[in-house]
Design a binder for this molecule. Structure first.
Ligand SMILES: [Zn+2]
Ligand SMILES: [Zn+2]
Length: 655
């Protein structure tokens, strides 16, 4: 039968989505699985560049599969057609390690998982022109809509299990959790360290919650601050950003009062890191390697020190567990809310593998999962997959090059108070203004705001180059969602209020939205956005703006038309290499961002900057390079309660 798969034609070639033939004459001990989702692991990417295995290419990789069984071989006893399953590595089932449940240390492991097909050399896939294509990679080759897998590689999960979320359990997540629970096995006196806070490292940290005893200190080490923030969220007590620390050994010894770490997990696969960890390990402590980089990387240890310290260096393959028991345990823990690894996932249609690869390599996405279905659900057991899939990317759609000014207009409209804005609007008809109106930290309790507002807001709305949006606070989604929805409805009803024609606003400015992703916040924002798009009081171009005030988790970018990615002082902007970060975000292929998706609000401009046309020009140019919508003020307090002295000049430069 024909199916779709991601085929790598030769070493270094891209993953190409194409039709292939599945030879579904199953061996007796095999099943045919209709894949729903497949996690993307670094091992897949490494193998796509492999040069030392003859006969490997063309090949289908993929080894974190999840799907439904559609047919079974004659000797299969533990699985039935229709079962929901995850797929993992394979093993021989006859050696001493297989007998004792240590299947990842199977005698034939390398041959059976990294051979060029089944253990007998046959392949289950071929191209439409008849050329054999490597199958059974890692026992499965699951970058395909259909995969032939041995019964031994399959883990049954409940019928209602959300397959696109559980797929990564088959390799990366199991590996991290297993390294912590089965090898490090911390006690309440332990200090543990995790180097590399990607999917494996974060899973190791999350798994502490499932461990009998909690270590007294959990140290996470990574290069990317966002990942260290996640590590903290999931249980790290201390973090080390290795871009800021020259000597990791010294930093670890300092944190541990010179004692060293009792158990550490290296996810980097770098020999220098492993050697450092050995030296920073306490007496009788253990260093566990789970990451593999270069295949010839070699660690070294001084024998005298090793004897005296009793330190242990050990490897851990696939979590050193029995997947048929360990994975269902992790899935149960996830369901209870004790193992939230699905928060690390971003899903991509399998056709967009290139975007998934890029996002993973750039470090924006911790765990990419490919989906093989063409129809997606957005809400599944309270977990949100990217909204872009369903909503389409509704971006703020002024012309490409157009520049807009966003005005947080928190100025009370006493007669004349809004005139500097109204003047700027009328003398610059080709400049777009997005004006945030905010009568009472929201619309206020009354159906319409007071007479000053009902006089001035229609004046703004009468201009064609103005879009007004209503201010709604979210308190980082800690506010009652019912109140948020109530605010949205109040604004939406302004339009139909017959006593004040022209009062209606065109969308909502959600203030204080979170930057860090979690399911609860994502659900809150989705509900608020849905409400705003469903009510009829905004125009068809309903404009929704989120204001995290900083660069948020990329998954939050899909919901609103625009995100304010910076709100802060001039000095803060200079400090943090912000423009570089936003450029990196812009490169995120999976989300397809452009300047028009971002806003920047800068306040507290120093006098010498605001007073110099050249400096002002530089500031405005820098901001407009990264964001299509900007605001700059030289006020140092109550930034938005009056117009700053540089207002006119800013408008002039923004044109
Ligand atoms: Zn893997
Ligand atoms: Zn074996």
């Amino acid at each position: 039968m024909l199916t779709d798969a991601l085929v790598v034609s030769k070493s270094g070639a891209p993953f190409k989505f194409q039709k292939i033939e599945v030879n579904n004459n199953l061996h007796d001990n095999e099943v045919l699985i209709r894949m729903k989702a497949t996690g993307v692991c670094h091992t897949d990417l490494n193998f796509s560049n492999e040069t030392s295995i003859p006969g490997l290419f063309p090949a289908v990789f993929g080894h974190e599969g999840a799907g439904t069984i559609v047919s079974i071989g004659s000797s299969v006893t533990t699985l039935s057609i229709g079962d929901n399953v995850l797929t993992s590595y394979t093993s021989c089932g006859n050696c001493s390690n297989c007998d004792s449940g240590n299947t990842s240390f199977c005698r034939d492991w390398e041959h059976d998982n990294f051979g060029v097909g089944r253990s007998d050399g046959s392949k289950a896939y071929s191209s439409t022109s008849g050329e054999a294509v490597t199958s059974h990679f890692f026992g499965q080759s699951s970058f395909a809509r259909h995969a032939v897998v041995m019964e031994r590689s399959v883990i049954k999960v409940p019928a209602d299990a959300p397959l696109q979320l559980l797929a990564p359990l088959g390799c990366g997540i199991m590996t991290g959790a297993g390294a912590m629970m089965n090898v490090v096995k911390p006690t309440s006196n332990s200090i543990v360290a995790i180097v590399g806070a990607g999917a494996v490292g974060l899973a190791a940290i999350m798994a502490l919650k499932l461990n009998k005893e909690q270590p007294k200190m959990v140290i996470a080490v990574d290069l990317i601050q966002a990942r260290l923030d996640m590590a903290k969220k999931y249980g790290a007590t201390h973090v080390i950003n290795s871009t800021e620390v020259k000597d990791l050994k010294a930093a670890l010894l300092e944190l541990t009062d010179g004692e060293g770490v009792n158990g550490s997990i290296d996810c980097t696969g770098r020999a220098d890191v492993v050697n450092t960890l050995m030296e920073a390990t306490a007496k009788r402590g253990t260093v566990v390697s789970v990451g593999v980089g270069k295949l010839d990387a070699t660690m070294s240890a001084n024998i005298f020190n090793t004897v005296n310290s009793g330190r242990i260096y050990t490897g851990c393959c696939m979590g050193s567990c029995y997947p048929q028991e360990f994975i269902p345990m992790l899935a149960e823990a996830w369901k209870r809310g004790d193992f939230p690894f699905t928060e690390l996932i971003k899903t991509y249609p399998a056709q967009e593998m290139d975007k998934a690869v890029k996002a993973v390599l750039d470090g924006f996405v911790v765990k990419a999962v490919l989906t093989w279905d063409t129809i997606f659900v957005t809400l599944l057991l309270g977990i949100i997959i990217p909204l872009a899939v369903m909503l389409g990317l509704r971006r703020y759609s002024t012309s490409k090059s157009a520049m807009a000014i966003i005005v947080p207009l928190y100025i009370y409209p006493a007669p004349g108070a809004w005139d500097p804005l109204l003047e700027a609007i009328s003398i610059n008809p080709s400049l777009n203004f997005i004006v945030v109106v905010n009568p009472h930290s929201g619309p206020g309790a009354a159906a319409v705001p007071d007479a000053n507002y009902t006089r001035e807001i229609p004046r703004l709305n009468s201009q064609t180059n103005v879009q007004t949006v209503g201010y709604v606070p979210t308190a980082y989604t800690k506010r009652d969602l019912t109140l948020v929805k109530h605010d949205i409805r109040t604004y939406s009803e302004w339009r139909s209020n017959s006593t004040v024609p022209g009062l209606g606003v065109q969308g909502i400015f959600f203030d204080e939205t979170p930057s860090q992703y979690d399911d609860t916040s994502a659900y809150f924002l989705l509900e608020a956005q849905k409400e705003a798009r469903q009510v009829h009081g905004f125009t068809s171009r309903c404009l929704l703006i989120n204001n995290p005030g900083t660069i948020p988790d990329a998954r939050f970018l899909d919901g609103p038309n625009m995100t304010v990615v910076f709100e802060g002082t001039y000095d803060t902007y200079q400090l943090h290499g912000f423009s570089h970060k936003i450029e990196m975000l812009g490169r995120l292929q999976g989300i397809k961002t452009s300047r028009q998706d971002f806003g920047c609000i800068m306040h507290s401009l120093p006098k010498d900057v605001a007073g110099s046309e050249a400096s002002m020009k530089k500031v405005v140019r820098e901001l407009t390079n990264i964001a299509g919508t900007v605001f700059v003020t030289d006020l140092w307090e109550n930034y938005y309660s009056t117009f700053g002295t540089c207002w006119k000049q800013f408008v002039e430069l923004a044109k």
